[in-house]
Design a protein around this ligand. Structure first.
Ligand code: MTE
Length: 362
């Protein structure tokens, strides 16, 4: 479905929400398109590139529309390697702590990295002239939520300051292929370092304004509520709007629950930090965190990408627990358990990675 591999873990078929098994992400800096997770709040819209031309409006000197051809011909083209991470990534952890009704139990596969090509949003904004009093840039996609409580197109916003940075792209290509329908063709926003929700697909409108987007997906979801509140009683603007991605990591191989041969076992995984932070260290433990040793970090392939890591651990016969935790360049460390980060919608679980393996004597 949608050009994805057969072993995708599909949370819902319509809208399509799917992630790869964790092992499929192992050891590859760039995730192939067939393996890249997809998160959709509405059916994938069918858009004819011919008539498509997103509008730029709001606090700008000149209203404008740009067709794909305009974007390609009028602005320089750039490629950025960037990781997208959905804020529901790893929600399965908080769900084990306490039920989170109505939210999909995403595993660690709602994170992936691609090579995105397009134009800089900053160049487009310069062309239309941004009012100096503007604070936010809002995006709207073409897809309309089928949820009666929502009933509007998907949207969200980022601060003007971020929108003016060189890494934020209006992208038409993913891994050197034209963007596929499920990933937002003809053009999507890519906001490196921010939660995936701000990388709006099927871009239809860009509005420069003096407040964050009023869209449902900015004001009423992707928000962090305190654990004690009932999310159904929350209104627009309540809680904290999620934006920058916190430092996170996962084990990718061996698989959780795998059988391994007793003795040395290679363990690999990813670690990622949002904003303009990067991962600087990953620790691994096989004794419930009493002792840790540092994993070997792969090269940082881009300021905006995850970092893969590997190490060898010594397993003992029987059940073993492998823990991993990452540190970022601001010296932030992942919290220990999903109980520490639990929130009523199960967002931003960045607790220590934890898998269990069973080591057999040959
Ligand atoms: N853009 C639109 N228009 N509609 C959506 O449902 N989902 C967002 C974001 N952009 C979404 C969207 C979320 S929550 C994430 S995590 C990423 O797209 C996922 O991008 P992908 O499906 O290309 O992996």
């Amino acid at each position: 479905m949608w050009g994805k591999r057969d072993d995708m873990i599909v949370h819902t078929f319509e809208p399509y929400n799917a992630e790869p098994p964790r092992g499929a992400l192992a050891r590859r800096d760039i995730t192939t398109v067939d393996t890249f997770y997809s998160r959709n709040h509405a059916p994938v819209p069918s858009i004819q590139t011919a008539g498509w031309a997103p509008r730029v409006d709001g606090m700008v000197e000149r209203l404008a529309t740009f067709s794909l051809e305009d974007l390609r011909s009028r602005f320089p083209q750039y490629t950025e390697v960037a990781t997208l991470q959905c804020d529901g990534n790893r929600r399965v952890g908080p769900i084990e702590v306490a039920d989170i009704p109505g939210e999909a139990p995403w595993g660690p596969g709602a994170t992936a990295t691609a090579r995105w090509t397009g134009v800089r949003l900053a160049d487009v904004l310069r062309e239309v002239g941004v009012d100096p009093d503007a604070t936010d840039v809002a995006f709207v996609g073409a897809d309309v939520s089928i949820d009666p409580d929502v009933g509007e197109q998907f949207g969200g916003s980022i601060p003007v300051r971020k929108a003016s940075e060189r890494e934020v792209l209006l992208a038409w290509s993913m891994n050197d292929e034209p963007l596929s329908a499920v990933h937002g063709a003809p053009v999507r926003v890519v906001v490196p370092g921010y939660i995936g929700a701000r990388s709006v697909k099927w871009l239809e409108r860009i509005t420069v304004q003096d407040r964050p987007s009023e869209n449902f997906f900015q004001q009423s979801t992707y928000r962090l509520y305190p654990p004690e509140v009932d999310p159904t009683e929350m209104g627009p603007g309540d809680g904290i709007a999620l934006g920058l991605v916190a430092v996170n990591s996962e084990v990718l191989s061996p698989d959780d629950g795998a059988e391994v041969a007793v003795g040395p076992v290679e363990v690999t995984g990813y670690a990622f930090a949002g904003g303009d932070r990067t991962v600087v260290r990953v620790d691994v433990s096989v004794d419930e965190g009493v002792t840790w040793h540092q994993a070997e970090l792969a090269e940082q392939i881009s300021q905006w990408s995850w970092r893969h890591w590997r190490t060898t651990v010594d397993t003992v016969a029987g059940p073993n627990t492998v823990l991993a935790r990452a540190w970022d360049s601001s010296a932030a460390l992942q919290p220990e358990s999903p109980a520490h980060v639990w929130n009523p919608k199960g967002y931003a679980d960045n607790s220590w990675a934890r898998i269990r393996v069973h080591a057999r004597v040959p």
